[in-house]
Unconditional design. Structure first.
Ligand SMILES: NC(=O)c1ccc[n+]([C@@H]2O[C@H](COP(=O)([O-])OP(=O)(O)OC[C@H]3O[C@@H](n4cnc5c(N)ncnc54)[C@H](O)[C@@H]3O)[C@@H](O)[C@H]2O)c1
Length: 247
């Protein structure tokens, strides 16, 4: 099993269409996590009429340093051309190929409360290679409702319907107390990739990948940096914009 918290994540040597993820068995996880950033930046550059981009400009657009970007892309066999840079369309095709984005993957959302409802209507999935194909919830008041053209089914039907709907990735947006049971259902339905928004650790069998998104963790990390900055500045314990918690 692999479980990770997100926070993050041409003059090409290898032809884009000829590569598969198994061609890159040693691709570092940190590089994989940065590829979507490069892809986003490359699409933006292509949309604004650019054909080529220097490593410095692409690195700036992706928010990384250019040495790291060149190293990342060298793992894919992309070295750019001196004086020209990377050919944008080729690099897009290659990164999409490595990330397996050449086919649109079906996503099931489980839990369509505040967060799940918002995710169900998120246009960014479609434009980035994903399609929400099924919605599940346990609340009888939600079951049968249509959200963004999809009918909410009872979660008890997940194992039956997920394979039929071509679900490749399950997104859990239920309370933490329900998340493990939902993960078990997704696994029973043959889903091997799970994005977990619930604040808990999931136990899954080998071969199932779980990524966790937790905005509170990101805020806590920022809080640590705020805390350190105020300590360095000799400020009082409660900094600007902060309020003491009740004891
Ligand atoms: N990761 C983040 O950054 C982040 C941000 C906000 C919320 N969350 C988490 O996301 C989850 C959802 O938050 P929310 O605000 O949408 O809560 P919510 O209460 O509005 O929605 C939860 C939904 O899950 C459904 N549900 C409960 N048990 C279920 C089950 N066994 N099977 C299927 N559906 C079930 C409920 O009926 C409800 O519709 C919570 O765990 C919350 O802590 C995470």
């Amino acid at each position: 099993m692999s479980q990770a918290t997100s926070g993050v994540g041409s003059g090409t040597g290898a032809a884009a269409g000829a590569t598969t993820p198994s061609d890159f068995p040693d691709l570092p996880e940190a590089t994989v996590a940065r590829l979507p950033e490069y892809l986003r930046a490359l699409h933006q550059l292509a949309d604004t009429g650019h054909d080529t981009v220097s490593s410095e400009a692409l690195a700036a657009a992706a928010g990384v340093n250019s040495a790291k970007l060149r190293k990342d892309l060298s793992h894919l066999g992309s070295y750019g051309t001196r004086g020209v840079g990377y050919e944008i369309s080729l690099l897009i095709a290659q990164i999409e190929h490595v990330l397996g984005l050449t086919q649109r993957r079906g996503v099931a959302l489980v839990g369509v409360g505040n967060l799940g409802h918002a995710l169900a209507g998120y246009a960014g999935f479609g434009s980035r290679g994903f399609r929400v194909v099924a919605l599940f919830d346990a609340d009888p008041r939600l079951v049968g409702k249509t959200i963004n053209g999809l009918v909410v089914r009872h979660v008890d039907l997940l194992v039956e319907f997920a394979p039929a709907e071509g679900v490749a990735i399950g997104v859990i947006a239920t309370p933490a107390s329900a998340a493990q049971a939902v993960a078990d259902m997704l696994v029973a339905a043959g889903v091997t990739s799970i994005l977990n928004f619930a604040p808990c650790v999931l136990a899954v069998p080998d071969g199932v990948d779980v990524r966790k998104v937790d905005l509170a963790i990101e805020l806590q990390i920022l809080s640590f940096h705020e805390h350190r900055k105020s300590a360095a500045g000799g400020a009082v314990a409660v900094g600007a914009g902060a309020e003491a918690l009740p004891r």
